[in-house]
Design a protein around this ligand. Structure first.
Ligand SMILES: [Zn+2]
Length: 266
């Protein structure tokens, strides 16, 4: 499995990176985690858009989803698309993209084959074919080629999903956006690489809870989950990345900063 950091700037694009976007490739399968502002352009350095098998939007904050709109014009006018691309995200994703693109969600069906992730992760898997599709996806996970994806809700003001991607015995876990989150620790148990946000400055009293992690908290999550390596991401342009890194390393030594354009083979 290969991870390429297409964009890792937190909350908005930065001078050196688009906003959140990560390309995962394994045995000819390509999936994209988030499509923040600026990322649809940079993504084309690493993969032709027609080779993307699926897009996952962790949540509908603008810095994680708005470049999905670029797939609309590409799909309709580049004459390279062979059909709708699979799109996974929270309920309301199509309405969000439709609003951004000034089209009814129902008009985007030629571009996206949408699958809603359920917000209910406490139900047991159902064997009934009549079960709601979203519930089935959330509990049973998603298989895309040889990749298996599983999800948990995170601690963030809107419906947000962390995802674990597995190929055989290799795995990667992406935190999406979150405050302190025991469910993320559970999802990331023993994962080879934890791609974890650290958007919250280390020393900022009054910062709202349930929004983002400090570097130190990201390190603590990595240590608790027993991951192989921690990659800090989603650090906003105005936050001191070196301070976030130092704090994370105090809790978990095997930590690096994500950088746009870097690839990691797992
Ligand atoms: Zn967010």
């Amino acid at each position: 499995m290969r991870l390429t950091v297409v964009g890792c700037s937190g909350s908005m694009p930065g001078a050196d990176s688009p906003a959140s976007c990560y390309l995962i490739e394994d045995d000819g399968v390509r999936i994209v985690l988030d499509l923040g502002p600026g990322s649809a352009g940079a993504l084309q350095r690493y993969a032709a858009l027609e080779t993307i098998d699926a897009i996952l939007l962790s949540h509908l904050h603008a810095d994680h989803c708005l470049d999905a709109c670029s797939f609309v014009v590409w799909h309709r006018y580049a004459e390279r698309s062979s059909g709708p691309v699979a799109l996974y995200g929270p309920a309301g994703t199509m309405q969000r993209l439709g609003a951004a693109y000034e089209q009814p969600a129902s008009d985007l069906g030629d571009v996206f084959d949408f699958h809603a992730l359920s917000s209910d992760d406490h139900e047991r898997p159902s064997s009934s074919s009549a079960a709601p599709q979203a519930l089935t996806i959330m509990n049973a996970g998603v298989e895309i080629g040889g990749l298996r994806l599983s999800f948990v809700r995170t601690n963030h003001p809107v419906e947000t999903y962390a995802v674990r991607v597995e190929a055989g015995t290799t795995s990667l876990t992406y935190s999406a956006d979150t405050g302190i989150c025991p469910e993320l620790v559970r999802l990331a148990k023993g994962t080879n690489l934890l791609l974890c946000e650290a958007a919250r400055p280390e020393n900022e009293p009054g910062y709202p809870p349930g929004l983002h992690l400090t570097g130190g908290q990201a390190g603590e999550h990595a240590a608790a989950a027993g991951v192989g390596k921690l990659l800090l991401t989603h650090i906003p342009p105005w936050v001191d990345a070196d301070a976030q890194l130092a704090a994370a390393r105090n809790a978990f030594a095997a930590t690096e900063l994500a950088m746009a354009g870097m690839s990691y083979d797992l």
